[in-house]
Write a protein that binds this ligand. Structure first.
Ligand code: C2E
Ligand code: MG
Ligand code: MG
Length: 610
């Protein structure tokens, strides 16, 4: 379907309406008057103005009366194809009543015949009663002017008249081109609706004019549009978009501004009471008729009330997008309003993510190491590498805050690869410093399991550091199960075949611990520190730690307790048969430089906590 064919449906006819009113931009409602530039916007209003001044200029130049009319095609997208494409765009004197009429509707046979002839033959004709001038435009189009009293032009030198006509035609072309350029920048070419830039500009204008309070911006996003396109083809998707644009325009254009701001996202701007989920959702209750087949469409919507404090059109649209994103996360057909609290949280997240990227690139991330000790002998078995991020201000951002952000953005894959290499390098440094044979545990996120080539990366890192695979342990949490239980189980099997061990971290805090445990092969179970904390309170919670210890042993795993902070907890865990422990009782996580001194002290007096 050609773009221009949609125009009449969305509120803009390609030529001005019969009244002298300028053509309104599509999707432009009453409240939005003057907010939008586009076909019929300021750019296209320049042509009638120009035509009016043309009559005066010809008359003054050649000493004729200011009585005449100009006939042009005002189609925003293409030159005229038929007589009906031409209109009287300016008229004065005894022709004034013909203003805005289509060429084909003019009931003065002399006028319509003269103009039609000039346009058809692309020639000027100077007669007794009138002079009809043709102005040839370089793109093949042209327009005509008819002036009363031809005698004034009779004696004008032919060459002078041609030069005059050509220069006037060039000015008209220039106006047309400027208008077209403006239109390209602000009109969605497929639907003829204002585009994102136009919508933002309209909001900015509304803010500047103090017409923003009491208004709402709503975003309407078609559910599964990508799938619709994939399944039925892009053309079908385009037709659907056209139908949706029409329905929105029919229902809302009187009172609201409608735009297409992204592929399958429409924006609506209007009064708070009109732009609401309750008003907009029903527009999608009826299926869309597509090539004779009813196509039901569901949409998600995000709204922002503009209020007095709206900063800019861009910010309003962004806030509406935040609301939309949250609605989409809830599922199809959902909608919601933006709230400042949500906005602050999301902005904080994106600020942190940006800073985290920089920190990673500038090597401001570091690792600290926390020993893991045997509960029976007190010997150091291994160390866990834990990430630290120190910001430019010298503050530490806790990993519980930044690791989830890195996970969501995928940055954890790069960071994780760096952790692996750095931790293994630290292990070989400890070997060289006289503390051989320790095991290094690193935390691995689900996204790292989902990436291709994780096995090769592990092999390569071990190779490069000269570390045997059985000295590396990967700590995983239940979140890896989201990758797909079977895939993860296969992968873990291959990892363990290499001799790399696997520990299940934070055990007991997930929601499906048991089924998960049964299907994922692992060597060690780490009791989450929340259960360890319950031990010394002598509350029934201690029974959970007990259960985890026996469960781990039943499944042929060793059990390590996290977050052991005091002797009482250590003693109870030992009594429960727990194999190993980690926690502040033994050591806080420390930088690599401090580890040799700690290990030396521990070798000298391994009894602590045993
Ligand atoms: P996690 O793997 O369970 O690490 C143990 C957390 O307990 C660490 O917190 C550690 O400092 C803390 N901890 C150790 N002993 C005690 C104790 O006695 N008492 C208390 N209250 N806490 C103790 P941290 O370093 O803040 O790390 C938090 C979480 O961030 C880690 O939990 C892990 O899930 C994640 N994380 C840390 N480094 C990495 C990493 O390199 N990659 C990934 N994917 N996640 C990481
Ligand atoms: Mg861990
Ligand atoms: Mg843990």
């Amino acid at each position: 379907m050609e773009g221009s064919d949609l125009l009449p449906f969305v509120g803009c006819s390609p030529v001005p309406p019969a009244s002298s009113e300028p053509c309104k931009a599509p999707g432009m409602g009453g409240i939005c008057e003057g907010l939008i530039d586009g076909p019929g916007g300021d750019g296209w209003r320049d042509l009638p103005e120009f035509a009016e001044s043309l009559i005066a200029r010809i008359a003054d130049l050649f000493g004729a009366a200011r009585e005449g009319l100009v006939c042009m095609c005002l189609h925003p997208r293409r030159p005229a194809r038929a007589s009906s494409d031409y209109r009287i765009v300016a008229a004065s004197g005894r022709f004034a009543h013909l203003a805005s009429q289509r060429l084909t509707d003019i009931d003065d046979p002399h006028v319509s015949a003269s103009l039609s002839k000039a346009l058809r033959e692309r020639r000027s004709a100077i007669g007794e009663r009138a002079a009809t001038l043709f102005f040839p435009e370089p793109d093949g189009a042209g327009f005509a002017a008819l002036l009363a009293g031809g005698e004034a032009l009779r004696d004008v030198d032919g060459q002078l008249l041609t030069a005059f006509r050509t220069s006037i035609a060039l000015s008209a072309t220039h106006i047309r081109q400027t208008a077209r350029l403006r239109e390209f920048a602000f009109v969605d070419q497929m639907l003829g609706l204002p585009n994102r830039a136009a919508f933002i500009r309209a909001l900015d204008k509304a803010i500047a004019n103090g017409r923003i309070a009491g208004r709402t911006v709503g975003l309407i996003d078609i559910d599964q549009f990508v799938e619709i396109n994939d399944m039925f083809g892009d053309q079908y998707g385009d037709i659907l978009l056209g139908s949706i644009a029409r329905r929105l325009a029919e229902a809302l254009r009187e009172h609201c501004l409608i735009a297409r701001v992204a592929g399958d996202t429409f924006a609506v701007f209007g009064d708070d009471a009109r732009v609401t989920p309750d008003r907009l959702h029903p527009l999608f209750a009826r299926p869309f008729e597509m090539e004779g087949v009813a196509h039901p469409v569901s949409v998600c919507m995000g709204f922002v009330r503009c209020g007095e404090g709206a900063e800019s059109g861009t910010v309003l649209l962004k806030n509406a997008s935040i609301a939309l994103k949250r609605a989409k996360a809830e599922g199809q057909g959902k909608s919601g309003y933006y709230s400042a609290a949500v906005g602050i949280r999301i902005r904080e997240h994106s600020r942190l993510l940006h800073e985290l990227h920089l920190a990673y690139e500038r090597r401001h991330l570091s690792l600290v190491y926390q020993p893991q000790v045997s509960l029976s002998t007190g010997a150091t078995l291994g160390i866990e590498a834990l990430l630290r991020w120190r910001t430019e201000d010298g503050d530490f951002v806790p990993p519980d805050v930044f690791v989830p952000i890195a996970e969501r953005s995928g940055l954890i894959v790069d960071i994780g690869a760096w952790v692996l290499c750095t931790a293994l390098r630290a292990l070989s440094a400890l070997d060289r410093a006289g503390f051989p044979g320790l095991r290094m545990a690193i935390n691995v996120s689900a996204a790292q399991f989902a990436q291709a080539g994780i096995l090769e990366k592990l092999d390569h890192a071990l190779d490069k550091a000269g570390i045997a695979p059985d000295r590396l342990e990967l700590e995983i949490t239940e979140s890896v199960a989201v990758v797909g239980m079977k895939d993860v189980a296969d992968l873990l099997g291959q990892i363990r075949q290499r001799g790399i061990s696997v520990a299940i971290d934070d055990f007991g805090t997930g929601f499906s611990s048991l089924s998960y445990l049964d299907s994922l092969p692992a060597d060690r179970l780490k009791i989450d520190r929340s259960f360890v904390a319950l031990l010394d309170a002598a509350r029934p919670g201690g029974r959970i730690a007990e259960t985890i210890v026996s469960l781990g042993h039943r499944l042929d795993m060793t059990v390590l307790a996290e977050g052991v902070e005091n002797e009482a907890q250590a003693a109870m865990l030992r009594a429960l048969g727990c194999d190993a422990a980690q926690g502040y009782l033994y050591a806080r996580p420390m930088p690599l430089e401090e580890l040799p001194a700690w290990l030396e002290r521990q070798q000298d007096s391994p009894g602590r906590g045993t």
